[in-house]
Design a protein around this ligand. Structure first.
Ligand SMILES: [Zn+2]
Length: 286
């Protein structure tokens, strides 16, 4: 048998289909290889029907190299056979496809939020014909619908986050900062840092809201208290890291005063002065 010819001098070769290493040959790839495997220097190999190349074929190695050989490298496989095989490699759906409008809407919103897509893109005249070409019943989705869906998704995510934070058995550290936009509007951001039940450190932005001028200590304290009360986590507060500014110190003193009884050490260590902010100032003054 030609397949039993030695690959090189000093190697030993024999047919072998009985070993426990013999791969299970039900996959479509096996019809492109000789029915019998050969053992060369102890390794089981399959022989390409077209070019005679011998490739490792045991249970451990899988069929990746056998498939790649036929799909890409075999110099003698007829193109019809190669195309037929490549078609079998493509993933087939588990069953007939059923369009689910709600699932599509949900996935679309997730993409819009992730990719930061502007709502007005959905009023573009090219959008609807494109959607209709994919799924004729998926129409009538304009800017307003998308906006409402995004807000609804935000509300659902907030409820989930609120319940996650409330169920924590540990305390929560916060960081917060204020900015003024180029429209002269003041924004306050609050981030919660906590260790989840799986002992993984997490950080979540729990609020990003406008705060009216002037940004006094009282205004900052009021805004932070409103946010923490909304989430029902004020008594879980451990520390808050803020820029080293006088209004932040006042805000912290007020927070400590109102929540002393719930805080560790009566809130003595509540304020953490932002190290990066102090370093920035040092660099500016030096
Ligand atoms: Zn081949």
């Amino acid at each position: 048998m030609s397949s039993l010819q030695l690959e090189a001098s000093g190697t030993s070769e024999s047919t072998d289909n009985s070993s426990s290493q013999t791969p299970n040959r039900r996959a479509p790839i096996w019809e492109y290889y000789e029915p019998e495997l050969v053992r060369i220097d102890g390794a089981l190999k399959a022989i390409c029907k077209y070019c005679g190349t011998k490739l490792i074929a045991n249970r451990k190695s899988g069929t990746n190299s056998l498939r790649t050989h036929i799909a890409e490298y075999c110099p003698k496989v007829p193109s019809d056979d190669r195309n037929r095989f490549v078609a079998t490699m493509k993933k087939k759906p588990d069953g007939p496809f059923t369009f689910n409008k709600h699932r599509s809407r949900d996935l679309m919103i997730a993409w819009i939020v992730r990719a930061d897509v502007a709502f007005n893109k959905f009023d573009d005249e090219g959008f609807e014909p494109w959607m209709e070409s994919l799924q004729p019943t998926f129409s009538g989705i304009g800017r307003q619908t998308i906006r409402n869906d995004c807000v609804a998704k935000f509300e659902r995510a907030k409820i989930e986050l609120r319940s996650e934070l409330q169920s924590l058995s540990s305390r929560i550290c916060f960081t917060s900062d204020l900015w003024t936009s180029n429209q002269k509007l003041g924004y306050l951001c609050v981030i919660a840092h906590y260790i989840g039940p799986d002992f993984v450190l997490k950080k979540k932005i729990i609020a990003f809201k406008d705060v009216k001028y002037p940004h006094t200590g009282v205004a900052i304290e009021e805004a932070i208290t409103t946010i923490l009360t909304d989430y029902g986590i004020k008594e879980k507060m451990f520390t808050i890291t803020l820029d080293n500014a006088a209004n932040n110190k006042t805000a912290c003193d007020l927070l400590q005063e109102s929540g002393k009884q719930d805080m560790l050490f009566g809130g003595e260590h509540l304020l953490v002065r932002c190290c990066a902010h102090i370093l920035t100032f040092l660099c500016k003054t030096v």
